[in-house]
Design a protein around this ligand. Structure first.
Ligand code: BG6
Ligand code: MG
Length: 218
């Protein structure tokens, strides 16, 4: 008997390396606002919404914007981000991800996406992953940002699988916290020093197999 029934994946930094494009677009915006921006700051923006990211950048820079300038800044960031991701193709799916998803689907796991990004459906289409997902929860469907568990709980609900039978894969601290808050198994994808609250951390999917899902509790 297997321990889990559903796998819910974050998108940016887990399935595709879009984290670098978010970084470039935010950096460009921060520079245009005269705010310094580095990798460490970027780490804190991972997993959170576009609006909250801008609020944080403005807070760090001690800047206040009018409502319309705030909205213009968000539009600008997204326009630059879209320019970066426009030319994405299936080769940008991170190593091992496609075969892991295919194997998991074959093995009968339900597969969901749990992303804060409003661009998630566009990216999944670009890299030809859409058909592997049984549900897609993105920033257009959620009201609360990670670390709130809403995005993953909606995913579990759509998949009709209880939270304790779901495994979440996340590259962001806020995402790991969201999975834990939702009562799910949280697998960090990336650096164990950053993803300290995860139940387990893997470097990626190159050496992680569907069989390994059954030994997550060991
Ligand atoms: C998350 C990213 O997946 O989506 C964040 O980790 C990003 O960096 C957020 O800000 C929102 O994305 P978008 O595409 O709606 O601006
Ligand atoms: Mg992410």
């Amino acid at each position: 008997m297997r321990l889990y029934e559903a796998l819910i994946f974050d998108l940016d930094g887990v399935l595709v390396d879009t984290a670098k494009y978010h970084f470039l677009a935010w950096q460009r915006l921060a520079i245009s606002l005269g705010v310094s921006f580095n990798e460490e700051m970027n780490e804190r923006l991972k997993g959170i919404s576009r609006q909250e990211s801008l609020e944080l950048i403005l807070e760090w820079g001690g800047i206040r914007l009018s409502e319309s300038d705030f909205s213009d800044a968000m539009t600008k960031k997204n326009k630059w981000y879209l320019e970066y991701i426009e030319s994405m193709n299936p080769e940008e799916v991170l190593p091992g991800v496609r075969s892991f998803l295919e194997e998991a689907k074959k093995a009968g796991y339900k597969i969901g996406l749990g992303s804060a990004s409003k661009n998630a459906p566009f990216i999944l289409d670009k890299v030809l992953l859409t058909s592997l997902f049984d549900t897609i929860i993105d920033g257009n469907r959620t009201k609360k940002s990670k670390p709130d568990p809403e995005v993953f709980l909606l995913g579990a609900l759509d998949l009709a699988i209880p939270a304790d039978k779901c495994v979440v894969f996340e590259d962001a601290q806020a995402g790991v916290q969201a999975a834990k808050a939702g009562g799910m198994m949280a697998i960090g994808v990336g650096d164990p020093d950053v993803l300290k609250e995860a139940d387990r951390v893997i470097p990626g999917f190159a050496d992680f197999t569907v069989e390994d899902l059954n030994s997550l509790k060991d």
